[in-house]
Design a protein around this ligand. Structure first.
Ligand SMILES: NC(=O)c1ccc[n+]([C@@H]2O[C@H](COP(=O)([O-])OP(=O)(O)OC[C@H]3O[C@@H](n4cnc5c(N)ncnc54)[C@H](O)[C@@H]3O)[C@@H](O)[C@H]2O)c1
Ligand SMILES: Nc1nc(=O)c(N)c(NC[C@H](O)[C@H](O)[C@H](O)COP(=O)(O)O)[nH]1
Length: 277
């Protein structure tokens, strides 16, 4: 048992009950055996911004909803972000909740597996990256990096291996504009076949907007959004999925939630729901 650092987060038992119906079942069961339970979760401003600009990290959650996010991390096997977020944030992608592995708990108990979508290997991680510092301290797991590159540089492969991480190479077709578009069905099935029974997807904007496309939104089991009482203003990283059209070419809303619950948390409100298909 390791000592919990003084800055370990507390999420009181009394706040946990309301979240239970929104979380992956504790027995690891899923509605589709070949897919992980998938939670889309992020913090947003009143003008649907995740951050002031793509390259910056912007604190939106207050202390209570931040602790809630770390509780969510403790209840998922994996936590997924895009490379834009890795570059902007130098993230830890671990769970800093009092009582989990590295924060008072045994080994790496309840520490999620970090997953970074990096089609062309833009993230130049090193031993000094925060995520690897946490691995060295026994406070987090080595990341899985999902890429289209079939032979990643040997030094990156061995750095990942040292911390129990790996590259996962997927065949992602390149579009005419030279960008890669992940097939979320293929990716999530691959994560399931690698042993992950639940995954929380945290962002950033490209990741969320692409997952909310009609082809993929049915893969999302739950949406949990922290809304902070602030407007970030124009030029931010915005959650705004592509518009849908009905059979006659009329505009429809891009996506809507059903079975919605709202929970006030300090100055924030947390919205939970399921995507209406
Ligand atoms: N408020 C929050 O909860 C929150 C959460 C996560 C990130 N952020 C912020 O969001 C910003 C980053 O967002 P972003 O949109 O620039 O980057 P992102 O994290 O969505 O990463 C974008 C990159 O990931 C890859 N990618 C994403 N979706 C893909 C897909 N469907 N197919 C193939 N590749 C894909 C591509 O390489 C793309 O360039 C940062 O400022 C970060 O701090 C905020
Ligand atoms: N819940 C939440 N509230 C926020 O105010 C905020 N800025 C994020 N942002 C999420 C974030 O951008 C990525 O998921 C990280 O990159 C994770 O990094 P950490 O593990 O926290 O170091 N998330």
């Amino acid at each position: 048992m390791s000592a919990a650092p003084r800055d370990a987060l507390e999420f009181p038992e009394s706040d946990r009950a309301f979240l239970e119906p929104q979380l992956p079942p504790r027995d690891g069961s899923t509605s589709r055996p070949d897919m992980p339970f998938t939670t889309l979760t992020f913090a947003t401003s009143l003008d649907s911004s995740l951050a002031l600009s793509p390259g910056t990290r912007t604190a939106l959650s207050g202390p209570q909803s931040k602790a809630m996010t770390h509780y969510l991390r403790s209840r998922h096997d994996g936590i997924l972000i895009g490379v834009g977020t890795a570059l902007a944030d130098d993230p830890g992608l671990n769970c800093r909740l009092d009582g989990v592995g590295g924060y008072g708990g045994e080994g790496l108990d309840c520490q999620p597996r970090p997953i970074v979508i990096d089609p062309t290997l833009r993230w130049d991680f090193s031993d000094d990256s925060k995520l690897f510092q946490l691995c060295r301290e026994g406070r987090g797991r080595g990341p899985w990096i999902v890429t289209t590159v079939h032979e990643p540089p040997a030094e990156k492969v061995s750095l990942l291996k040292k911390y129990g991480g790996q590259f996962i190479s997927l065949n992602i077709p390149t579009s005419e504009s030279g960008t890669h578009r992940i097939d979320w069905t293929q990716l999530l099935a691959t994560l399931r076949s690698n042993g992950l029974r639940s995954v929380m997807i945290e962002g950033g904007g490209h990741v969320i907007n692409s997952l909310l496309e009609p082809t993929y939104m049915g893969l999302i089991d739950r949406v949990i959004v922290t809304i902070a009482p602030t407007w970030l203003g124009q030029g931010g990283v915005v959650v705004s999925p592509a518009r849908r059209f009905d059979g006659e070419g009329n505009s429809m809303s891009a996506a809507r939630l059903k079975n919605v619950q709202w929970y006030p948390f300090g100055e924030d409100v947390v919205l939970c729901g399921q995507v209406k298909i």
